[in-house]
Design a protein around this ligand. Structure first.
Ligand SMILES: [Cu+2]
Length: 324
């Protein structure tokens, strides 16, 4: 009976999951009633969706059905009535070797794809643009060091204003972060007070924003549009009220936006901070002296803006890579 109920529940969940895959998913924001991942607009997110849909889900489904079948078989075939005199043996070497080896092989198979993806996330191409995102209780600050745009604040857009503009409340921000399409954007994250996390599902990106250190992630959006995210680290009372709104625009529109922010278009060498100095590199196990790694982005404190974090001590302790 229990097995039957479990089979039915699994069937219903599978059907629900399959049906939702046919529903039209919104781009850049959650779909009401949606259950699959948000559609991606970066190569990495496409790879992550492939990893989930084509590698993990089939394996999970087969294992679940196999275990349920075994359970059902045991319940039906070996209950007290059907099998009044139970077998007395307690060891079977062949079975024990099998149930040790098979899971190991399954995990190794998953690891091949998983590590490939992890390395792809780590190997940022030379960035065209750097944005520093600072998490505050409870809003985000964005600074464009290459364009000399000082930090500006992005808070949650109040509910009445969001309704009036027809944008999703608690995803829309008072100011968007603006980036050009098809350009590699390096995002440096740090926290001013507590740990936050900068995450945009459509880009497949999530990175902790930790006081006292600078983390790095990157994305290359392939489609013009508005993409929403949110803080992903429980950071206090208004954790749910510090949305992330990213506008991906054409290069011309981006230039116009930079000028509207009184920034400079001079194609300066983008502020690159290597993974080693940031201490985020899996390929950089040797700790660098803390004094050697002062991120240049902390040099320009915004005038009249929110308080600048005292993030000068970027240690080279290993950081967890993008958590998913
Ligand atoms: Cu937060």
């Amino acid at each position: 009976m229990r097995a039957l109920a479990m089979v039915l529940a699994t069937g219903a969940m599978t059907a629900f999951w399959a049906a939702s895959a046919f529903a039209e998913d919104l781009v850049g924001q959650p779909t009401p009633g949606g259950i699959a991942m948000q559609p991606g607009v970066t190569a990495l997110k496409h790879d992550a969706i492939f990893f989930h849909d084509a590698i993990l889900m089939p394996i999970i489904t087969v294992i679940t059905l196999f275990v349920m079948g075994l359970l059902g078989w045991c319940i039906v075939r070996y209950n007290k009535r059907a099998n009044p005199i139970p077998a007395r043996w307690s060891h079977n070497t062949a079975i024990e070797v099998t149930w040790t080896l098979v899971p190991v092989l399954i995990l190794v198979f998953i690891a091949i794809f998983s590590f490939k993806l992890l390395f792809a996330y780590h190997d940022m191409p030379h960035p065209d643009l750097t944005v520093k995102a600072t998490g505050y209780q409870w809003y985000w600050g964005y600074e464009y060091p290459d364009q000399k745009i000082p930090e500006f604040v992005a808070s949650v857009l109040p509910e009445d204003k969001a309704k009036a503009r027809g944008v999703p409340y608690r995803l829309a921000a008072t100011e968007p972060m603006v980036v050009p399409v098809n350009k590699t954007v390096q995002v440096l994250t740090t926290g001013a007070d507590v740990i936050h996390a900068w995450a945009v599902p459509a880009f497949g990106v999530i990175m902790d924003a930790i006081p006292g250190r600078v983390n790095q992630t990157w994305f290359k959006a392939e489609k013009i549009g508005t993409y929403y995210g949110s803080c992903r680290e429980l950071c206090g009372l208004d954790h749910a009220f510090m949305p992330i709104e990213v506008h991906v625009v054409s290069q011309a529109d981006f230039n116009a936006w930079v000028l509207s922010k009184h920034g400079t278009l001079a194609a300066a060498t983008p502020t690159t901070v290597s993974a080693q100095t940031l201490g985020t590199g899996a390929a950089a196990p040797t700790p660098a002296p803390a004094t050697a790694a002062k991120p240049p982005v902390n040099a320009a404190a915004p005038a009249g803006g929110p308080p600048e974090p005292t993030a000068t001590n970027t240690t080279a302790a290993p950081t967890a890579p993008a958590t998913h």
